[in-house]
Design a protein around this ligand. Sequence first.
Ligand SMILES: Nc1ncnc2c1ncn2[C@@H]1O[C@H](COP(=O)(O)OP(=O)(O)OP(=O)(O)O)[C@@H](O)[C@H]1O
Length: 368
Amino acid sequence: MTGVEKAYGDIRILHGIDLEIRDGEFMVFVGPSGCGKSTLLRSIAGLEEITGGTLSIGGRVVNDVPPAERGIAMVFQSYALYPHMNLFDNMAFGLKLAKVPKAEIETAVRNAAKILHIEHLLDRKPKDLSGGQRQRVAIGRAIVRKPEVFLFDEPLSNLDAALRVRMRYEFAKLHEDLKTTMIYVTHDQVEAMTLADRIVVLSAGKVEQVGSPLELYEHPRNVFVAGFIGSPKMNFVAGELVAVAPGQVSVKLAGSGVVLRALVDAADSRVGDAVTVGVRPEHIRQGGPDNLLQSTVAFVESLGGLTFAYCPYPGLEEPLTCQFEGRNGADRLRSGQALDLHLPAEALYVFNAQGLALRRLAAPELAS
Ligand SMILES: Nc1ncnc2c1ncn2[C@@H]1O[C@H](COP(=O)(O)OP(=O)(O)OP(=O)(O)O)[C@@H](O)[C@H]1O
């Protein structure tokens, strides 16, 4: 798609989206509530008419093609099953309307039911199913149509946490089996990270970045993507550049005046520039040779395998979130305890006053 725009009257929702989705790709649209991801998906489906730009599917411009002729099948968050029909009829309905021969419908529905492990439920009505089973029927209804593209709008958001994890795996498997292009909308970045071949991060109707999950995690383009991708969220600290050398900068932190070194490409940056330093909770260490912040632990959360320590620091509105492995004594951390936090230079991100990331140098020691 190129320059895709959507407005309701004067209210512009999508601001010129350029995006290419590859054949067979699992593409996830992610972003905060209201950013326009459902609108973009519905525009692809043809359920919304775009107000600018060009939308093509498989090389054919579909701007004026009705939804039923776009070769897509959409699965909604609400499942939209027909309550009075049993599962077989729910899945067969679209094919019956399209006057597909009976034997062919029978085969298609039974195949889809097999893929989704709901063969034994075909006589039941939707009300006699669990949430996860209803979700499968909704997917089954899409599968029988053999679309070129599957569109999923927050399909897991009505399910409980354990079932979401299970269904996440089922989605990944479905994609592996069918190898059909899938576009999946979610506001949950963990879902995006685990399912996607590539992720599109959207905010306020614009694309912030497109890339593989690890590209976005390791090389976010800007503060928004850095803060959105990764769990727990990246910590941010305001500061000012006090030294600029090839491949590295030194940043004086606002509030404390502590100077941290970061291995980033300093091109176009100058001493005196206002910057934001970012560090992921999982990259903070207890003690180390340099880049140290002396803090007092305010609060500890132990999850067994992992321990989170929340550590206030002068100049920070919120305490730094630090994530430690449960072993090596991290499980004995207590609130009130003094802690030297080591922020490794190669793990730091630096963003300029416009919020754009200075290019990070490869950090192989962190990749493992
Ligand atoms: N028919 C409409 N008329 C006017 N504004 C609309 C209409 N439909 C959606 N919007 C607005 O468009 C914006 C984007 O909505 P959209 O549903 O695409 O967001 P989203 O990113 O999918 O959010 P969520 O995760 O909350 O569903 C929202 O601000 C919404 O209020």
